[in-house]
Design a protein around this ligand. Sequence first.
Ligand code: XMP
Length: 190
Amino acid sequence: MTKVAHTVLIPRSQIADRVSELGRQLAKDLRADLEAMGESEPHEVVIIPVLVGSILFVADLVRHVDLNMSMRVVTVSSYPGATTESKGAALKGALPPDLAGRHVVIMDDILDTGNTLAMLKRLVLEQNPASVRICVMLRKEIPREGEADLTPEYVGFDIPDVFVVGYGLDYDGLYRNLPDIVILEDPESV
Ligand code: XMP
């Protein structure tokens, strides 16, 4: 693999601890909702991973959620190619059509401007789900305004406004397999 200048921001052990905490909290909250509504159907909980960046996060987290669930992926492109600038969010393909009355959890790797998750949440709400939760691994500490001003129910870590890769996050398709979350120090030199 090409060597790239980086600094570890969140080491793998800290990621693992926090992901298990988040998973257990999510399970507890979903269970409370299901019990309150007297629901026992096996398909009430739907996890929507946002591809591609959330795959490692979702794979690790759902193993701490001891509930029946189905998973429906969506693909959103917001950083096409070799860039670290947000280009706005675009849903590729359709949203799963059968979310009415279900408990939906949208999971993404990182909340940056919030455009991606605001768009997805709006589309999910149009289907009248029983609940919608947003769960992100990282949230960048930047000022947010207007539609994108959304507060996720679950946040792994708040991070400064730096470009990070690893643990699912990429630069130009690379570095998703790094086990730690690292700051890419000079992306243009890659
Ligand atoms: P918005 O701005 O819509 O962006 O909240 C969310 C999406 O942008 C990508 N993103 C990043 N990807 N390192 C990455 O590898 C970053 O620091 C970063 N910041 C935003 C990511 O795809 C996320 O889903």
